[in-house]
Design a binder for this molecule. Sequence first.
Ligand SMILES: *[C@@H]1O[C@H](CO)[C@@H](O)[C@H](O)[C@H]1NC(C)=O
Ligand SMILES: *[C@@H]1O[C@H](CO)[C@@H](O)[C@H](O)[C@H]1NC(C)=O
Ligand SMILES: *[C@@H]1O[C@H](CO)[C@@H](O)[C@H](O)[C@H]1NC(C)=O
Ligand SMILES: *[C@@H]1O[C@H](CO)[C@@H](O)[C@H](O)[C@H]1NC(C)=O
Ligand SMILES: *[C@@H]1O[C@H](CO)[C@@H](O)[C@H](O)[C@H]1NC(C)=O
Length: 682
Amino acid sequence: MPYALQALLCGLVMFAALASANPDDISAEKKSDADIISSSIKKLNSIVHKKGHSDCEKCVSALEFGHDLAKTAKTGIVTQVMTKFCKIHASSKYARDQCDYKFGLSTVNGSAFGDDITNVLTLIEPKSIDSQYICHHFLNGACPLPETPSFDLSSWWPKKPEDARQPDPSGETFNVIHISDFHVDLDYEIGTEAKCSQNMCCNSWKFNEDSKHKVLLPAQAYGSYQCDAPDSLLQSSLSNVADVGKDRDFEFAIFTGDMVDHDDIQYLSMENAIETEKLVYSSMKTHLNIPVYVTLGNHDTYPYAQIAQEKSGFVNRFSWNTDLAYDMWTDSNWMTEKEAANVKEHYAGFAVTNKRGLRVISLNANMWFLENYYNYWQVGQDPDPSGLFRFLSDQLLECEKQGLRAWVMAHVPMGGQTGNAFAPATQVFTQIIERFSPHVVAGVFFGHTHRDEFQILYSKNATEKVAENAVNVAFLDESITPYKWYNPGWRYYEVDAKTFQITNIHHYYMKLNETFTEVPSINDTETIKPVWEYSYSSRDAYDPKGQWPKDAPLNATFWHNVANMIRDDSSYRQLYLDYSYRHSPYVPTCDDGECIKNLYCYVTSFTVPQVIQCLAEDKSSTGHHILAILGSIVLSTITWIVLAVVSIVVAGTVFIYFRFGKGSEYQRKPVTAKRGDYVSLN
Ligand SMILES: *[C@@H]1O[C@H](CO)[C@@H](O)[C@H](O)[C@H]1NC(C)=O
Ligand SMILES: *[C@@H]1O[C@H](CO)[C@@H](O)[C@H](O)[C@H]1NC(C)=O
Ligand SMILES: *[C@@H]1O[C@H](CO)[C@@H](O)[C@H](O)[C@H]1NC(C)=O
Ligand SMILES: *[C@@H]1O[C@H](CO)[C@@H](O)[C@H](O)[C@H]1NC(C)=O
Ligand SMILES: *[C@@H]1O[C@H](CO)[C@@H](O)[C@H](O)[C@H]1NC(C)=O
């Protein structure tokens, strides 16, 4: 999350800055723009230095001021106040430059957020939970993370049918491609610095601080591990997908987002976004020749990660993107104009039913991405500001009525960790998926993390992670981009023709480092052909002894077993990480308790509150663990006393027996069994 940190730092300066001035002063008499700017800054300065106020209080009153200012002053004034103030408090030249890119007008300075922040300032209710969330996420935790609002969605649907069950597998399967996260860098240049001090490398303007005039590690023809994908990698990956498809007969593909590169915001532009999206759409069309269902990622918009809800009044700012999607997708025959009717009104989301009767529902995940400023208003009042979740639940309800099965796809996963999805939205989404699982929702698909991963949805708010509570699972796809430290990879699913559940996953990858040359040249793309290899099948890799029934899908129960093995078995865990990174030279190890806990919580949490709960719980369950051990020692002490007593009794009995009658060995049995029980408690 390269931008998260920058956003935090800059947000810190800005919101701390916009503190506690008296709004009346701004609007009162007619003031020149310069007057408004200088008086705002003056007041903000006094706020920042206000004694006895906590960071949270300062931040909240800053937002109150910002709200009033944004409602009365022109956007250009607000952005100037923010930028100027940011610069006064910037601690370095770098931070000072960033002020323009954060708070300037996006039409003037790269992907600056000034217009969008100003828009959102007008929308927020500063005395509400809105401010708490903004101050938490953009002010480095100035306010504590508020308790996630719980919404009762039961009015959205009738009660779950008593007889809701999923169909039996047909035994017949078909194949579907899943690709994700191309992140094509149009400015990629072979031979430039691939070991740069900036975020993303391999552009002419990237350099290493320690070696400004000599490239330390030259950018390679098909990509480097700290860079996004050159066009050569995009084309190579898609031609591999097409090759594999020759005898797999792929019926359609899902693409879970992120076409645009990771460059710093000052180098982004709307033209770059449009050009990149066009290139990716048209390349997929050329190579694959089957319908591709696309969902937009956090990089596939402009400014970065921003999209406004219909009801905010700012949605037109982003319609170029949905118009482009509509035009390119219908032009490619990925969907008919009738099917694409949703696209313009649902932020490029849609629902289509394929020829086999599977409904594929796609959602624009920026509506729950943490870095979209437009997610921070009416947080406590409205579970669904964009209408996108109601669209999803209505679609699923329709499927339930018609006996159809559905797949749900989006870019940003809901659970796993706390830094991606907005907590309130994760609880709304998860309620919907649970209501319609497993009888309607046959698959949930995400991208975004660049790793090959999964996340399990447990019922009962994941309070008991047992097999019976595992109701669904999300599949997170490996990326094509090697950024950062991965080998490029993709997968296809074997899908049951009736249940539409995943029966197996086949993964392909390319050993990027094998394409490297000592002195990379532009001619390398002619002379070097990347080798794409079959990597593994999920069923074989994670069930090596073949214990999972051959006719059973890789459903939530299967992944529940995998999650437990990842937690409990270090070589299995390493195998998972090797695959997750596609055997790149940078596969991490995960052996200490903290890392294992994080990994286990990652794969077993479907909402942000569940992640937090899991991480906290594990600590106390370590406590429980110690208690259990202590308990067992105490208990076994008691056992030994009992055993001793029993032995004496037995000895006496045996003695008496041998003196007077038949044997009774069974008497020792209960004691032994009890000791065994204590052992297994540890
Ligand atoms: C845009 O960014 C440049 C480079 O930092 C800066 O000099 C300029 O003042 C900025 N312009 C505006 C209008 O923010
Ligand atoms: C997954 O499949 C197994 C085997 O058919 C079945 O016992 C289990 O209930 C299924 N789990 C879910 C969540 O549907
Ligand atoms: C690339 O190939 C062309 C034609 O063979 C040649 O003229 C050129 O010098 C080569 N460039 C490099 C950098 O090797
Ligand atoms: C590429 O990386 C893998 C994984 O670290 C390593 O085993 C292999 O030897 C490397 N290949 C080359 C050509 O460096
Ligand atoms: C689920 O649990 C979390 C923390 O354990 C809690 O914050 C949240 O409100 C719960 N969600 C629901 C819908 O009950």
